[in-house]
Design a protein around this ligand. Structure first.
Ligand SMILES: NC(=O)c1ccc[n+]([C@@H]2O[C@H](COP(=O)([O-])OP(=O)(O)OC[C@H]3O[C@@H](n4cnc5c(N)ncnc54)[C@H](OP(=O)(O)O)[C@@H]3O)[C@@H](O)[C@H]2O)c1
Length: 324
């Protein structure tokens, strides 16, 4: 079958590690099933894999892709939860806390292919109201945003939330979900055009990176990392919270320890979400009419152009790959 793979690692030139071509079809083990992929979406995770982060070389070539929507073996339309975990080993029923959990494309072949094998329990019914392209955006970026806002932030609607880096897949999800749920969403972006687009999506105010805000916020949603960390810490009210789920621009900023203890701030890590949270997110989109922002949809065999746009930071929202 046709697939998009990491053939090697290249930390400085991830595109050179990308290969498109033939790969054997997956053979599902016991308890797993095969999904015929109709659409899959690109995440920064796929770029990290090409750079060699989060995967070992003996698993190459690895089919990329963490999330997909498609058709199961019985002909049902499904959304694929990308976290492979043993619920029996998960504290409090949260499979993202299973120490041996992985994401599709880390240990098991990913979704950028005509078929993907997944644990049966990872399938969620796709409602007819969501297209395959819409549904394919939900399992990683939108699920992460859902958990950051509605679980990890600990904040009620009406609170003010700063989203760093407005144009990203997770960031646009935070704007849309947060707005629909009644939070006041402020954003930053390096790009004026992206700040304008964020306002048109429902962000209340938009600022350049590092700008002084009109008032301190209740929480910051951080996925940019080094480029925005100091600003995130400075922007919080006393007792405020940073929810961090990514560090695209670098993972080693100055920690700002004094500010953190003196203002009694908290820093909370967040990774993906549970299968039940994904099911609730699907229903949230169905009920509210929220649909993912898709920057572009490309046939899977044109995946290289999508990766290039993500690496150069040109995107606003998600890249979707469609599969025939
Ligand atoms: N923990 C988890 O479960 C989880 C889940 C999803 C994603 N993530 C992580 O979250 C991050 C964002 O993922 P994504 O898929 O949303 O990526 P993406 O679509 O490629 O977005 C990239 C983001 O980085 C921002 N950015 C700002 N300055 C940057 C700089 N100097 N260099 C690079 N990027 C810069 C962009 O903001 P502007 O262009 O608006 O300035 C944009 O928000 C990634 O690091 C990813 O690995 C983690």
């Amino acid at each position: 079958m046709f697939a998009v793979m990491a053939a090697r690692f290249n930390p400085g030139d991830p595109l050179s590690a990308l290969e498109l071509g033939e790969h054997a079809e997956p053979i599902p083990p016991d308890g797993w099933t095969t999904v015929t992929v109709k659409a899959a979406s690109l995440n920064h995770h796929d770029v990290w894999t090409l750079r060699g982060v989060g995967i070992s070389a003996d698993l190459l070539p690895m089919i990329l892709g963490c999330d997909a929507a498609g058709v199961d073996e019985d002909g049902n339309e499904v959304v694929v939860h990308g976290v492979v975990a043993d619920p029996g080993r998960a504290p409090d029923g949260d499979e993202t806390l299973d120490p041996s959990r992985s994401l599709l494309s880390e240990r098991y072949a990913g979704t950028f292919a005509q078929k993907v094998a997944v644990p049966r329990r990872n399938l969620i019914a796709k409602p007819p109201a969501l297209s395959f392209a819409d549904a394919a955006c939900l399992p990683t970026a939108y699920l992460s945003a859902y958990k950051m806002l509605f679980d990890k932030s600990g904040l009620a609607p009406g609170s003010t939330i700063l989203v760093q880096g407005a144009g990203g897949g997770v960031a646009t999800a935070l704007i849309l979900l947060g707005r629909a749920a009644g939070y006041r969403i402020w954003v930053t972006s390096r790009s004026e055009a992206k700040r304008e687009r964020a306002l048109s999506l429902g962000a209340d105010q938009a600022f350049p990176f590092g700008a002084r805000l009109p008032e301190r916020v209740d929480a910051v949603m951080e996925t940019v990392g080094e480029a925005t960390w100091a600003h995130s810490v400075k922007s919080l009210r006393p007792g405020g919270r940073i929810v961090i789920a990514g560090a695209t621009s670098g993972a080693m900023p100055a920690a700002e320890l004094v500010r953190i203890y003196f203002l009694q701030l908290s820093v909370v890590g967040s990774t993906m979400g549970t299968r039940d949270q994904l099911a609730r997110l699907v229903r949230f989109c169905e009920l509210t009419g929220v649909r993912p922002v898709i920057d572009r949809a490309l046939p899977l065999h044109e995946a290289r152009a999508g990766f290039a746009a993500m690496i150069s930071g040109e995107l606003f929202g998600k890249v979707v790959f469609t599969v025939l």
